[in-house]
Ligand binder design. Structure first.
Ligand SMILES: Cc1ncc(COP(=O)(O)O)c(C=O)c1O
Length: 438
């Protein structure tokens, strides 16, 4: 897919995205009341006019009007024909892998969300489905990992927490040449506003709606979107047969949150670029892993298939574990917590928190060290977030030799003062804005 592009080279967000998010599946005519905001239907059962003659709903697990409304909207946002909501992101993932049978094989990215990795290593493998974990950003490694019984390729892009980017289009081309292998993309980190995997040939897009899609850190939910009827039928069967379904109330909340998805993602994208550039210039920061930065090794692939990067990224500082702990405890606006994608900014230490369950040797091989910190940039003002990080870095390092080695006194704070922030607060800024990368 090669659509219209923004000046920095990234794809433009899909035209009409915000309109789709507000209107798809929401027709007031669906309801006798003509309610403009879809009503929450709590009934678990639905009256039938005659045995097996019903109005489309029989029992709450098989279908619910509010859930259907959300599913329609989700499908439209990804450009797919069918959307399915689940009780959690992992519930969606569990239902998708249940499409496979004993003896089948999955190739999965080696750096996966910890919960998916646990499910694949400790549950799926026990049921006779083998999983090979490989760094499929290297297409040669991908080819070697494929087997005759490979039935599914599991992609997470960008990866968590190192932000590697998998080239979805090229990966799909290679895999499809080998046979009917279902390509699944976990799109939690970018949402369909920034990346639409079905357009690059993926078969299933999966989400933890808990993150950006809901965006308010008050619902745990998941979803899958597919285009093909045959895949949809299998998933619809499993959604009902396995029963990992969400409540109508949660569906209502996510459906409501999608109405502001475009606005929220724009702001996450913009602010995270400002924060990433600030960190990139900070003398105590050794590496910033943000695909929107030109310095990121996957920047070109990110430009090819996304409309920019969201608010979640990682950085590595020059200290040790003790400095990570001090830095995280010194933050005043960022909250030290797991998860991501909400309106509030979060910071965490993957090695001891989200990725603690990854075996230590693998963590070391991947580079998930004690000096790697992951941020989820929320919707606060950019200058407040930069100043918060600036003071926390100062607090963590100011009485150490590292600080003396890396910072000349004149370098302590100019980085903050020379950033042009968007909005009214930018009047106080001095330097011209750099052209947008993202
Ligand atoms: C990329 C990704 N996929 C899936 C999940 C699982 O989602 P949930 O927590 O909603 O079950 C998460 C959770 O953090 C995630 O980050």
């Amino acid at each position: 897919m090669d659509g219209p592009r923004k000046p920095g080279g990234f794809l433009k967000p899909r035209s009409g995205f915000a309109t789709t998010a507000i209107h798809a599946g929401q027709e007031a005519e669906k309801w006798k009341s003509a309610a403009v905001v879809p009503p929450i239907v709590t009934s678990t059962t639905f009256k039938q006019v005659a045995p097996a003659e019903h109005s489309g709903f029989e029992y709450g697990r098989s279908g619910n009007p509010m859930r259907n409304t959300l599913e329609e909207c989700l499908a439209a946002l990804d450009g797919g024909n069918h959307g399915f909501a689940f009780a959690s992101g992992l519930g969606a993932i569990t239902s998708i892998v249940a499409m496979l049978s004993k003896g089948d094989h999955i190739v999965a990215m080696d750096e996966l969300y910890g919960g998916t990795s646990l499910l694949f290593r400790n549950v799926i493998s026990r049921l006779g489905i083998d999983v090979t974990f490989a760094d499929i950003t290297d297409l040669g490694v991908l080819c070697n990992a494929l087997q005759d019984n490979t039935k599914m390729l599991w992609i997470e892009t960008p990866t968590n927490p190192l932000m590697k980017v998998v080239d979805i289009g090229n990966t799909v081309r290679i895999v499809k040449r080998r046979g009917p292998i279902l390509v699944v993309v976990d799109n939690t980190f970018l949402t369909p506003y920034l990346q639409r995997p079905l357009e690059f040939g993926a078969d299933i897009v999966v989400y933890s709606l808990t993150k950006y899609m809901n965006g308010h850190s008050d619902v745990v939910m998941g979803a899958a979107v597919v285009d093909e009827q045959a895949v949809a039928e299998k998933l619809r069967f499993l959604q009902n047969a396995m029963g990992i379904v969400p409540s109508p109330f949660d569906c209502y909340l996510v459906n409501r949150s999608l109405k502001t998805l475009a606005l929220r993602m724009e702001k996450h994208r913009e602010t995270s670029m400002i924060v990433a550039r600030y960190l990139e210039r900070h003398p105590l920061i050794e590496e910033v892993m943000h695909p929107g930065l030109k310095s990121h090794k996957c920047h070109d692939i990110a430009k090819k298939q996304t409309a920019g990067h969201s608010g979640v990224f990682s950085f590595r500082h020059a200290g040790e574990l003790e400095h990570s702990k001090k830095l995280l405890s010194g933050l005043k606006i960022f909250t030290l917590a797991e998860s991501l994608g909400g309106y509030e900014s979060l910071a965490e230490l993957p090695s001891l928190m989200t990725h603690a369950s990854v075996p230590e040797q693998l963590r070391t091989e991947l580079g998930i060290t004690h000096t790697l910190i992951r941020l989820s940039i929320g919707l606060e003002d950019a200058q407040d977030l930069v100043r918060d990080l600036d003071q926390a870095l100062h607090y963590a390092f100011n009485d150490t030799d590292i600080y003396v080695d890396h910072l000349r006194p004149s370098q302590i704070r100019p980085s903050v003062d020379h950033i042009r922030f968007p909005g009214p607060a930018s009047d106080e800024n001095v330097s011209p804005e750099r052209p947008p990368d993202n």
